[in-house]
Ligand binder design. Structure first.
Ligand code: ZN
Length: 396
């Protein structure tokens, strides 16, 4: 029996936004939803109990990081990522392609899609077979192919897994983008073949076959290439589709690409936008039919002292000296344990003394904030008043 299902519960009257339900063997995800990055099988600084109590529906881990440390076999020995990290809810892994192709100097310092300015030194070579790269941990050489990516993702055992692709940077020309897209399509065919390999249904791999596969729409900023990639992906038997590849070098370009691409996708697929999670962008992309988002931003910002806020800027930096003697709670309207129990002055103090509790408390708030915001977006779709909910959320 197929335990994966996608149902649209309510479509917005004024846009392409929809409120839906993705069913997995580990539970349901009500969409639109935000997927938090537990990059190396940990949502940095907070435990799964807190992730759960902050209304989180689904988390994501990165194949690239997990294949290097601790390796798919160890996770498989635990029975998959859920048991490995004590998280019983839905999970997703990416294919590893994004990190190999996009991370400069083997670091994770510039993880905003399409805006990588550093030269990529960890990637050694791309061939038809796959990608050769150097480990950022010890400099050892590794090869990732579509077959290998799927095998590792099978061992990790997340509910939703992705085909292996090349994530093209924004500064390449159209002919390279086309060449890369066609190679990614051939890699997608090989990923599908490996995904359907009988060995996964017979062995003790991760969740032994209980997984679903998403395809990735490529084509960079070129509409004709996006169209070609959409028809390619529509012809495959995917459970869902992700919008990937370069989304351009500016916000305007990104809006254009996402709007064009998502508006052409068949409604029978849940749609995921890879690596984008700005709090203002999400409200727009939902209206164009995007159902799920992932981004390191909410948790990474927290570790740098930025709290997501329900104000016109969407955030504040708690390290700012104006909060030094502010006895007010972080956000009076937020129901998270940080906002209910701690003053801005205390949080400011924790960051000043570099106390790890500060990172933890802000992470808890940012996770809760994102989940609450997605809840309000869903309410806006249910009541056909997304714009009203948005104004109320940011007090604008
Ligand atoms: Zn809060």
């Amino acid at each position: 029996m197929n335990k994966y299902n996608w149902t649209v519960l309510k479509s917005d009257k004024n846009s392409k936004a929809r409120n839906g339900l993705i069913s997995t063997p580990n539970g349901k995800i009500e969409t639109p939803a935000f997927i938090f990055c537990a990059t190396k099988a940990a949502l940095k600084s907070i435990s799964t109990d807190i992730i759960r109590s902050s209304k989180t529906q689904i988390i994501l881990s990165n194949t690239y990081h997990l294949m290097l440390q601790p390796g798919g076999d160890l996770i498989s020995k635990h029975g998959g990522i859920n048991k490995f990290m004590n998280w019983e809810g839905p999970t997703l892994t990416d294919s590893g392609g994004f990190q190999i192709f996009s991370l400069g100097n083997g670091s994770i310092s510039s993880e905003i899609k399409g805006r990588h300015l550093k030269k990529n030194k960890s990637l050694i070579k791309i061939t038809e077979e796959g990608a050769l790269f150097k480990s950022y941990i010890d400099g050892s050489k590794h090869k990732l192919t579509p077959e290998k990516s799927i095998e590792i993702q099978r061992k990790i055992g997340a509910n939703i897994i992705l085909v292996f692709d090349e994530c093209t940077p924004y500064n390449v020309n159209k002919s390279y983008t086309a060449e890369s897209m066609h190679r990614s399509h051939r890699w997608a065919d090989r990923s599908i073949e490996e995904f359907n390999n009988n060995k996964y249904f017979k062995s003790s791999y991760g969740s032994s076959g209980k997984q679903s596969l998403y395809g990735i729409i490529q084509g960079g900023v070129y509409k004709d290439l996006r169209e070609e990639s959409i028809s390619f992906n529509h012809s495959k038997n995917y459970f869902g589709l992700a919008i990937g590849g370069s989304l351009g070098s500016s916000r305007e370009e990104m809006y254009e690409v996402v709007k064009f691409t998502s508006s052409q996708l068949k409604t029978k697929y849940p749609v995921h936008l890879l690596g984008i999670g700005d709090v203002f962008d999400i409200w727009e992309f939902v209206k164009w039919g995007v159902d799920t988002f992932d981004c390191v931003n909410p948790t990474r910002l927290a570790r740098h002292g930025t709290a997501l806020m329900r104000n016109s800027k969407g955030k504040i930096n708690i390290k700012n000296s104006i909060y030094k003697e502010n006895l007010g709670n972080l956000d009076e309207r937020c129901g998270c344990i940080t906002c209910k129990n701690y003053t801005k002055a205390y949080l400011h103090h924790l960051f000043k003394i570099k106390e790890v509790l500060g990172l933890q408390l802000l992470t808890i708030h940012n996770v809760f904030y994102m989940n609450e915001m997605m809840e309000k977006i869903r309410r806006g779709i249910k009541n056909d008043n997304i714009d009203f909910e948005k104004k109320n959320w940011f007090l604008i």
